[in-house]
Design a protein around this ligand. Structure first.
Ligand code: PLP
Length: 427
């Protein structure tokens, strides 16, 4: 692999280079375990002195190929694939944060992540302060405590679609000496590479654009290798790990410390491992993610422009539209396109919204985004229904909001379907 290759080339070539007689395509290694000849070799694996696969919970050749590819595409030093995006978010925090500690998160989050941070992490003793990502830097700083260990935010908030002010958030992380963890699910490494804007850790729900075809739930954590863990705040990375014969991750692995610890310690103990078949599908998805994101973004912009002119539409929210509050940020951080998701308000509110969703033909009503197929959803009654009305508003969800994940079908057919459904919604 040539590190100077462009993203589109890395998407095809990185992560797997077969030797003579080996399969050209990454094989699906559907095996829980791997054979060895000597106790000495196996001992090395357990001591983390060798990185060969020995048990699929901790590593698998198909999964490694996918991890190598996404790490190269994000510009990171290593990656850890997980069984779901939720597992990636959870492990990204647990790897550096324990009971009694605290993180700061943008409030504009996917509903499942909001719930994880508002309910489950606090039950484990980790407190989360939700902040308005538009608050000025000085306001944001006030939320920091001695126990704060990370900042978390999404590149494009789901479903609010606000684009993160990376400059402000990376300045905050730098000044407070904590890592900035970015959920880049809607960005994908093709549209946005958060490490180039000061982020330290990236996570994805690969379930969305990386798989891209709605076949596999999955997630991944990518480490930039750029955060300095030696400030004294992260003893789990710098002090001896009693579960690894006193190993010190930073001393032994340098810039790979965070991602190796996540695998060796948390994946060992928690076991949120992806199936090799899912890693195969995610690897295949990455090969075309650049082409798909180009088309998703093109179609979403065209549809947003069409909706903005429509008499039955009260507002349109798409960061690629000049009318969007994040437009200039989208131009700065997502210059190749603002991804495939848009939201809009329908004249007639909730009732018309339900009629609209039940009237689309090509666009399917499914709880999903980031699929090659167009889909529609009403978040307030589905993905965000566990939240209180205040929490919904803080996440950018209003009762009349309809979310469209614009697929890669021909734009004329998508617009025709939206037009007939809008007409049906007003009857
Ligand atoms: N992050 C974002 C932005 C999401 O949209 C989702 C799911 O929709 C997740 C994380 C959670 O991912 P998963 O469903 O793969 O657990």
């Amino acid at each position: 692999m040539d590190k100077n290759w462009k993203l589109e080339t890395l998407a095809i070539q990185a992560g797997y280079s077969p030797k003579a007689t080996e399969p050209r395509i990454v094989p699906i290694v559907q095996s829980t375990t791997f054979k060895y000849d000597s106790a000495e070799h196996v001992a090395k694996l357990f001591d983390l002195d060798a990185a060969d696969p020995f048990y699929t919970r901790l590593g698998n050749p198909t999964t490694s190929a996918f991890e190598g590819k996404i790490a190269a595409m994000e510009g990171g030093v290593g990656a850890l694939a997980t069984s779901a995006g939720q597992a990636a978010s959870t492990l990204s925090i647990l790897n550096i944060c324990r009971s009694g500690q605290h993180i700061i998160s943008a409030s504009t989050l996917y509903g499942g992540t909001y719930s994880l941070f508002a309910n489950t992490l606090p039950k484990m003793g980790i407190e989360v302060t939700f902040v308005d990502p538009e608050a000025p830097l000085d306001e944001l700083k006030k939320h920091f405590r001695a126990e704060t260990r990370a900042i978390f935010a999404e590149t494009i908030g789901n479903p609010g679609l606000n684009v993160l002010d990376f400059e402000k958030f990376s300045a905050l992380a730098k000044e407070m000496r904590v890592p900035l963890i970015i959920d880049n699910t809607f960005g994908t490494p093709y549209l946005c590479r958060p490490f180039e804007h000061g982020a330290h850790i990236v996570i994805h729900s690969t379930t969305k654009y990386i798989d891209g075809h709605a076949t596999s739930v999955g997630g991944v954590i990518v480490d930039s290798g750029t955060f300095d863990w030696s400030s004294g705040k992260y003893p789990e990375l710098t002090e001896p790990d009693s579960s690894y014969h006193g190993l010190r991750y930073v001393e032994k692995f340098g810039p790979l410390a965070y991602i190796i610890k996540a695998r060796a310690q948390l994946m060992r103990d928690i076991g949120t491992t992806p199936a090799p078949l899912n890693s195969f599908l995610n690897n295949l998805g990455l090969e075309t993610v650049a082409l798909r994101m180009e088309r998703h973004s093109y179609n979403a912009l065209k549809l947003a422009q069409y909706l903005e002119e429509h008499a039955d539409v009260t507002w349109v929210n798409y960061p690629g539209l000049p009318s969007h509050p994040s437009y200039s940020r989208a131009q700065k951080y997502l210059p190749k396109g603002a991804s495939g998701v848009l939201t809009f308000g329908i004249k007639g509110g909730k009732e018309a919204g339900i009629k609209f969703m039940e009237s689309t033909k090509l666009i399917a009503l499914v709880v999903h985004v980031g699929d090659a197929r167009s889909c529609v959803l009403h978040p307030a009654s589905t993905t965000h229904r566990q939240l209180t009305p205040e929490q919904q508003r803080a996440s950018g969800v209003s009762p009349d909001l309809i979310r469209l994940s614009v697929g890669i079908e021909h734009i004329d057919d998508i617009i025709a379907d939206v037009e007939q459904a809008l007409q049906a919604s007003q009857k």
